[in-house]
Design a protein around this ligand. Structure first.
Ligand code: UDX
Length: 435
């Protein structure tokens, strides 16, 4: 099938390459010539396991091309819109990229084409855009097909998603859209992937409510961590115990520094802003607490670090292991780890920071930190060790070898990812989260 993908950021680049991997003929468009040039040369603009391989394969097969020229979408029947919806100054989503992409795309549409929104948007956006598309190009239809990919598993989540959601209008137009999307996702559907056909507003809400739920789950366990810390209980054991209840489940119950990244933080704020606009702000008032609990984790770790260093961090050498918002990613957007590193530096600590993939992205946001090339380099001479992102490399550190190079054996395990007994046996004072 001939497909176009508008926007070559995280979502778009992965979607375009994955569609080519599935055998479709893809044209991918972005307004940024630098990004297009790199992608056309087979270079992934961010760290994502599996992406370089499928990109190279797609380019070699001739099934993908990258361009800045929107006119090249002509001839594709399905056009995915995968541009960003960043947080605006009020917390609401900024729709300027979505609006611009759809407006520019509309100039090149033909009757029978489908515009398929993938970006995360405030509920009501799709209906507004659909009206514009149908008015400009009779016979063209806009539908919404939210994306649930996780960074680090983005290729897998795109090729073999756990569910497909199609938001379509009622009537023959909607039926034709479902048939077109079934053709796009034929491989996943053959694997019995659940497919839900809903209206536009429900499709938009599915995405934001899924992220709101996940954020709430994380903040719930972090709230339990706050209580566990006061009473001397162990939040990890608590999560294991409640997680055995199938209605609760153990996933997303890891207490730690809380959530960051390009989606959960901005999506819960945009959702609240939209609910306020709709006059139902009370329904989502709890998300303000979810956000507040999440942000308190960072302050808590800075406090713990200060106490561990005797009340003043000035001039103390702090080894920061992990800067990305989660492992297997070089993404530092709204990263709790980078935020904590920057706050300690601001308070006078000498921060030596290491991340297997994210020192480059972190350095662009916080050039003032001292980035080093290995964990051992960061650890040597450290007065305090902070493990802030749970990369396997850090889980597997030999605590005895670390004890031999640090100045003072104190570790704050911000993700409860270390073998506490092994670190204690090596002589470390180990501080976990909620344990
Ligand atoms: C998220 C959603 O999972 C995905 O479905 C959506 O499409 C985009 O947003 P992502 O941002 O890649 O994906 O990250 P995710 O794996 O969900 O983790 C988000 C954050 O929560 C990370 O900072 C992670 O460290 C944190 N987290 C996750 C916890 O603190 N505890 C947990 O138990 C799980």
């Amino acid at each position: 099938m001939r497909i176009s993908v508008i926007g070559c950021g995280y979502l778009g680049a992965v979607h375009a390459a994955s569609m080519a991997k599935l055998g479709h003929d893809v044209v991918a468009v972005d307004v940024d010539p630098g990004k297009i040039e790199r992608l056309a040369a087979g270079e992934a603009p961010f760290f994502e396991p599996g992406l370089p391989e499928i990109l190279t394969e797609a380019l070699a097969s001739g099934r993908i091309r990258f361009t800045t020229d929107m006119a090249e979408v002509a001839g594709s029947r399905v056009h995915f819109v995968a541009v960003g919806t960043p947080q605006g100054p009020t917390g609401a989503a900024d729709l300027k990229y979505v609006d611009a992409a759809v407006a520019s795309l509309t100039e090149h549409l033909s009757a029978g084409d489908f515009v398929v929104g993938k970006s995360t948007v405030p509920v009501g956006t799709a209906a507004r855009l659909a009206e514009g598309v149908s008015a400009a190009v009779p016979g063209a239809t806009l539908v919404w097909n939210p994306e649930f990919l996780r960074e680090g598993f983005a290729v897998q989540d795109t090729i073999a998603p756990d569910r497909l959601v199609y938001g379509v209008p009622a009537g023959p137009e909607g039926e034709a859209a479902v048939a077109a999307l079934d053709e796009v996702y034929a491989v996943a559907l053959a694997e019995q992937t659940p497919r839900l056909v809903v209206d536009l507003a429900t499709a938009e809400l599915v995405k934001v409510s899924a992220n709101a739920f996940l954020a709430t789950k994380i903040s719930f366990i972090n709230a339990m961590a706050e209580i566990a810390e006061v009473v001397g209980a162990d939040v990890t054991a608590l999560a294991d115990a409640i997680g055995h209840d199938a209605r609760i489940g153990r996933k997303f119950l890891n207490a730690g520094l809380g959530f960051g990244g390009g989606c959960l933080p901005k999506d819960i704020r945009a959702f609240q802003a939209r609910a306020d606009e709709l006059g139902v702000g009370e329904s989502l008032a709890f998300l303000a607490d979810v956000d507040a609990i999440n942000l308190r984790r960072r302050a808590h770790v800075v406090d713990l670090a200060t106490t561990a260093l005797g009340g003043d961090v000035t001039g103390k050498r702090v080894a920061v292991l992990g800067l990305a918002f989660k492992p297997n990613s070089d993404d530092v957007r709204d990263s709790p780890s980078l935020d904590i590193a920057a706050r300690l530096h601001e308070q006078g600590a000498v921060v030596a920071a290491y991340d297997p993939e994210a020192t480059g992205t972190a350095g662009r946001l916080h050039p003032e930190l001292d980035y080093v090339g290995s964990a051992m380099e960061a650890l040597t001479g450290a007065d305090l060790v902070l493990v802030l992102t749970e990369w396997n490399e850090f889980r597997e550190l030999d605590a005895t070898a670390v004890a031999a190079v640090v100045a003072s054996p104190i570790v704050i395990d911000g993700r409860n990812c270390l073998d506490r007994d092994a670190w204690r046996a090596a002589g470390f004072a180990h501080h976990g989260m909620g344990r």
